[in-house]
Design a protein around this ligand. Structure first.
Ligand SMILES: Nc1nc2c(ncn2[C@@H]2O[C@H](COP(=O)(O)OP(=O)(O)OP(=O)(O)O)[C@@H](O)[C@H]2O)c(=O)[nH]1
Ligand SMILES: [Mg+2]
Length: 302
């Protein structure tokens, strides 16, 4: 039997649906998803199987014009994921079309694309009429020589089987890279921290989700089979701490409950989750915060 295996990097603007597609391909939630931009901060690997091929999807942070150190490190992580991949899939939102951000990405792809396998996935086709899709497909292919174009709905699963089958046969021959039953390549403590950050992002408004980070401080396996997980939510100001806690602690309680339920389901056993909020005005400039997120601090140098 000839097996194939390799990396498929999903790149695109923030909110394009990269994490949704990763989860759809893996068949489990390995990467967090919100309706807000810049949800994913580091590269998240999710593993899928198709016939004799093992596809390692590399979900990346959205590509945008970075301002802060964290933004720069995120964008560098995304292009780094693309550089290492066997196949790159550019995801574009059907209803937004060719934005300025997409133009910037296409220009960069032209620079690095020589000899690379690059495909186009127009996502969220459930939101537009088919005429729009045909015009967009033509316009994008006029601007860049994509190997192939796929019209998908990452959320609803439309077109995803076709895309997965195509990707599977484009990967190089070789032994599988992960054990057959492995679906993610991220330490459990990071997955757990991401789950909490997702719940925070969904509940908090405006800039606050972009000014906090979550770390798993302690993980204890208990004799009764349950896990005790202690996490810290780092915020930048006292005022932010108050907002995260909420009136009588109700916000952090709701976040904790939602994150605990998700983690319990993921692990298939009981979880005790304890969240603590700490003010750390300068966390965006601390290298340890970046390594905890799976980012390279130096990538953020201006
Ligand atoms: N209607 C529709 N919505 C979708 C589809 N795919 C993703 N979404 C929604 O788009 C939003 C963003 O999805 P994500 O998967 O978080 O996008 P992302 O590209 O990972 O975003 P960043 O991590 O911020 O770069 C979420 O609200 C998803 O539910 C789709 O096929 N159709
Ligand atoms: Mg994402």
């Amino acid at each position: 039997m000839t097996t194939r295996a390799g990396f498929v990097a999903l790149i695109g603007e923030p909110n394009a649906g990269k994490s949704t597609l990763t989860n759809q391909m893996v068949g489990a939630k390995v990467s967090i998803v919100t309706h807000k931009v810049q949800t994913t901060r580091a590269r998240i690997r999710g593993v899928a199987l198709e016939g004799d091929s093992q596809l390692v999807f590399v979900d990346t942070p959205g590509l945008f014009r970075p301002r802060r150190r964290l933004d720069r490190a995120m964008v560098a992580a995304a292009w780094g994921g693309a550089a290492d991949a066997d196949v790159i899939v550019l995801m574009v939102e059907a209803h937004r079309g060719i934005t300025e951000g997409v133009e910037v990405i296409l220009d960069r792809l032209k620079e690095i694309g020589e000899g690379r396998k690059i495909a186009l996935a127009i996502n969220k086709i459930d939101r537009v009429k088919s005429e729009v899709l045909l015009a967009l497909t033509k316009n994008l292919n006029d601007r860049f020589p994509f190997m192939d174009t796929f019209m998908i709905s990452a959320e609803k699963g439309h077109g995803c089987d076709t895309l997965r089958k195509w990707l599977a046969q484009e990967l190089p021959e070789g032994p599988w890279l992960y054990p057959e039953d492995q679906i993610a390549d991220l330490p459990m403590r990071m997955i757990a921290a991401e789950m909490t950050r997702e719940k925070l992002t969904l509940r908090l408004h405006q800039e606050l989700p972009y000014q906090l980070t979550v770390e798993t401080e302690h993980w204890e396996e208990r004799k009764d089979g349950s896990a005790r997980v202690d996490q810290i939510i780092y915020v930048m100001r006292d005022g932010h701490k108050g907002i995260v806690l909420g009136n009588k602690g109700e916000t952090v309680k709701a976040v904790s409950k939602a994150a605990r339920e998700e983690l319990t389901e993921f692990l298939g056993r009981k979880v005790h989750l304890f969240l603590q909020v700490k003010v750390r005005p300068n966390w965006l400039e601390e290298s340890e915060r970046y390594s905890e997120m799976g980012l390279d601090f130096k990538d953020g140098n201006a």
